[in-house]
Design a protein around this ligand. Sequence first.
Ligand code: FES
Length: 286
Amino acid sequence: MAINTLMQRLIRRIERFRGIDAIARPASGSVSAATRPAPVKNLLSGSWLGHQLHPILTDLPIGAWGAATALDLTAGEEGAAAARRLVGMGLVASAPTALAGASDWAETSGKDRRVGLVHGLMNAGVSVLQTGSWIARRRGHRGLGVALSLVAVGIAGVSAYLGGHLSYVRGVGVNHTAFQGRAGEWTDVAAESEIAEGELRRVLVDDVPVLLTRRRGSLRAISAVCSHAGGPLDEGTLDEEGCVTCPWHGSRFRLSDGAVERGPASVPQPRWEARVESGRVLLRSA
Ligand code: FES
């Protein structure tokens, strides 16, 4: 059977296996509670970086463990010390990688949460095997250490496929405003008198949903589709500091420029310029 068919079958089975929810639901609730404080969520989501943190960090353990395996297979005893150090470096890097991944996973649901849990458990198994490998190598049992690392790398490959499926097939963690159109021309969207102070209103510029509101007398507009996972910002809440909070996972964006004040979003909302002409509100992409 071709590898893609095999993997697609595996993924479909995981997605349909509702029994996983008995573990996934309470576990994601606990992670969600632990990562609720804004500094924690911002740190782990990559809101401070303008990019999701987890996919960046994954390069570190995968790179270290991949290099260790390359030495194991090609350098013999000469590469043993370096390979052991690389296994250790991968273990150190795997901790923050897992934390960032768990934080992202806590915001998923349904099929994505099931696949994400299996992905995380497989990675935990990889870390256990690599820990065993490092200990075996330290005690002079290089053959055992190499064998454990080879099994770990094989499992990590399957787990990486699941992670890739979540990102590239299911769109978990991608910027949900990436494919929105832009409007270079001013477009009439509403009568000025209809836009009340503090009211979050959804208007359309061509087919692009835009959140339009008035704050301290000035019109403000950012894209209405949350960059994190597509939540409707016009159904969120506007606070005293001029930020809107998404109703789905609590990302908070500044209305003045779309900047992320709180994750899990890591990408700012596209901003729109507003002006009034003959009593009508006109918008265009900023
Ligand atoms: S959709 Fe997740 S925070 Fe908006």
